[in-house]
Ligand binder design. Structure first.
Ligand SMILES: [Zn+2]
Length: 671
């Protein structure tokens, strides 16, 4: 899923007509964005959900026990009434007893929906909160298959991101589901848990004949009678409840065909509002290229016997419904994100919502991979750079009752960074091998996986123990903050001093250090792994600059400080600034300006001036407040404050800071 706009859906208290206004309003501003803004707009804001109400909803859902059975098949026949915003359905569920003497099964269904009748192996039912309990006609032993039928109806509660919304767009209604993570139960009775996939799904959706009803899989047939049409969708791949989709509108359709490298031809089906037909036709034309690329790095699209589809809906973002992504707009990176989810989220779903980064971190990382496919390594790195922001909380989610936490930017973007770093850690070929092996491993393919499963596979392919890696990046908040200083010793040694300033444990950071001398850069592979570290590297020539992690493969922030004020045990000396050598010296004002570099260990009020040897102030070059870090000034043109050229001789360049700190350096002015 990907939210483009702050979309404060607040559950049952949220008024429908207000939602309609908002949903329409959200569609407009995106059209005004430039291509570049469009590409990244969806990264700017994550969905803001009222966590309090989400928690309340979960509590109201009650505690249910669904461990006694495994679902094998859902067949939902749904009648949708746009006029009064109600639905009526008959769900047939086939399941297999997972325990002996199974007499009762529980399903999730919101309390406001009426259960009108049950049948099949269900003899009777009872309700408690959002739990529907079916009493079976007899006792079933482990492994036995049974089929229950539930006839129900009502006006679905609108909650979560937009669980089941009746909305208007400019030329017609749009009725669509977005159940993730646990709101399928608002509109159909099911075992609403990502870990139990049905082997297949049938959806018969009955709507007024002027509308089309779109769902997962292949359209077997449609039958029109008495002003109503029933669309018979058949999906014959394992699917979890939150990926089941209904999208109903006066759609226009775009049809294309994709051919896989093995010759398999697959329909591409896009369903868009009539007024969006032109823009969607042009924007979605890149989808085959995305499929080419993702097939090459992830293995073939998982549902190739059916289709890849996209259906427009009114929510500002996208949702990776299996084989039929719902889209609010058609930006390339939104389309790429949702397409990537067909592998990561749909084909392999998280066992629990704690591991949602296996969906969102992967799909977000796929955007960066796709950027690299289009624009090369620099575009890939630029994309990763844009994903870097502040990261509250942990990537593996501890509080799965809060939608804000489950779908936080930490899950999406830091999750993507974890994969970026893993690529550097285990090496390019192993990393891409890992993606393919993870996708094809029968333990996970068309099933579920946990973070531990993914880690185990990464470890077995790389031959590395990666506990430390996954622990520090997934279970820990924040990131390392580095303070470092370097010095070149003329006997051929580069000294590097690094402090890990962040609170708590030290990170283990395999990292590259680059010593740059003109066009000559020497790289050193090293590891930062203690609080304060003194490293030395043999280096033949003095570098002009030393860079830590020059290609940005590690999620850290860094601040250089002057070596002279950074002691061997990584404490900063009390003076808060240091003046580097001015250049050139001697200095000929007619030929160049005098360049001065100084570093501040902290933000400070500073004054940079020139005095003559008698102590008379000749020129004030700079006076003001500067942030910590290195500052470069093309400082002095050899003139005094009255703009007159000074005479040849020795002058003092003086840097003065807070608390009577002072550094001076002699410069020789020549003609
Ligand atoms: Zn997503």
């Amino acid at each position: 899923m990907e939210a483009l706009t702050k979309f404060a859906m607040t559950g049952p208290l949220f008024h429908r007509s207000l939602l309609q206004l908002l949903a329409c309003a959200f569609l407009l501003p995106h059209a005004a964005l430039t291509q570049n803004e469009k590409a990244f707009a969806h990264q700017q804001q994550e969905a803001e959900i009222n966590a309090r109400i989400a928690r309340w909803m979960m509590q109201a859902a009650g505690v249910r026990d669904v461990s006694g059975y495994n679902v094998s098949f859902y067949h939902l026949a749904l009648r949708v009434e746009p006029a009064d915003q109600t639905i009526a359905g008959i769900l047939t569920m086939e399941a297999r007893a997972a325990i002996d003497a199974l007499r009762e099964v529980q399903l999730d269904l919101f309390a406001n929906m009426s259960v009108d009748q049950v049948g099949g192996a269900a003899a009777s039912f009872s309700r408690q909160g959002d739990v529907l309990t079916l009493t079976l006609d007899r006792s079933y032993s482990s492994g036995e298959v049974f089929q229950v039928r539930i006839q129900y109806s009502g006006a679905p509660t609108l909650t979560g991101f937009a669980s089941f919304a009746f909305v208007q767009h400019a030329t017609g209604p749009i009725i669509a589901s977005l159940s993730e993570p646990y709101y399928a139960r608002t509109w159909w009775p099911c075992k609403d848990s990502p870990a139990d996939k049905a082997d297949s799904l049938y959806m018969d959706i009955n709507v007024p004949s002027d509308l089309m009803a779109i769902s997962n899989g292949t359209l077997d047939s449609s039958v029109t009678a008495n002003g109503r049409t029933t669309f018979y969708w058949r999906h014959r791949y394992p699917i979890t409840t939150y990926l089941v989709s209904v999208a109903i509108s006066n759609y226009a359709s775009i049809n294309d065909t994709y051919t896989f490298s093995d010759g398999t031809r697959m329909p591409l089906r896009y369903f868009v509002f009539p007024q969006a037909l032109e823009i969607a036709t042009s924007d979605l034309a890149d989808t085959p290229d995305m499929l080419d690329y993702f097939n090459s790095v992830f293995g073939d699209y998982p549902f190739k016997n059916e289709k890849y589809g996209m259906a427009q809906f009114a929510w500002a973002g996208g949702m990776e419904h299996q084989t039929i992504t719902s889209l609010g707009s058609f930006g390339d990176y939104l389309v790429a994100h949702e397409l990537a989810h067909q592998w990561w989220g749909d084909m392999i779903s998280p066992s629990t919502w704690k591991d949602i980064w296996l969906n969102e971190g992967f799909a977000t990382y796929a955007e960066a991979l796709y950027a690299g496919h289009r624009g090369g390594a620099s575009a890939y790195h630029a994309y990763m750079q844009r994903l870097d922001t502040t990261f509250p909380g942990t990537v593996v989610v501890n509080d799965t009752t809060s939608l804000n936490v489950v779908f936080s930017r930490t899950v999406y973007r830091k999750g993507a960074w974890v994969l970026h770093m893993l690529r550097a850690q285990i090496g390019e070929p192993t990393f891409f091998d890992l993606l393919k092996r993870y996708g094809s491993d029968p333990r996970y393919r068309f099933g579920n996986a946990t973070t531990q499963d993914f880690q185990n596979l990464a470890e077995s392919l790389s031959g590395q123990d990666l506990d430390w890696f996954f622990d520090q990046w997934l279970q820990r908040e924040g990131r390392p903050t580095l303070r470092f200083a370097w010095k070149y010793e003329p006997h051929g040694e580069l000294l590097l001093r690094v402090l890990q300033e962040q609170r708590g444990e030290t990170y283990r950071l395999p990292i590259t250090v680059a010593a740059i001398a003109g066009n000559d850069t020497t790289f050193f592979a090293t590891e930062f792994n203690t609080k304060c570290q003194n490293l030395s590297f043999a280096l033949a020539q003095a570098p002009a600059q030393v860079a830590i992690d020059p290609d940005n493969w590690v999620l850290e922030t860094q601040q250089p400080v002057d070596f002279d004020v950074f002691t061997e045990d990584c404490s900063l000396l009390p003076q808060n600034f240091a003046l580097e050598k001015a250049y050139p010296n001697p200095f000929q004002p007619s030929a160049s300006h005098l360049a001065v570099t100084f570093s501040l260990a902290a933000t400070a009020e500073v004054k940079l001036s020139v005095y003559d040897l008698t102590g008379r102030l000749v020129r004030t070059i700079f006076r003001g407040r500067l942030p910590a870090g290195e500052h470069n000034f093309l400082a002095w043109d050899g003139r005094d404050d009255g703009r007159r050229a000074v005479s040849t001789g020795v002058y003092l360049l003086v840097l003065e800071g807070d608390a009577n700190t002072r550094a001076a350096q002699k410069v020789l002015v020549v003609k």
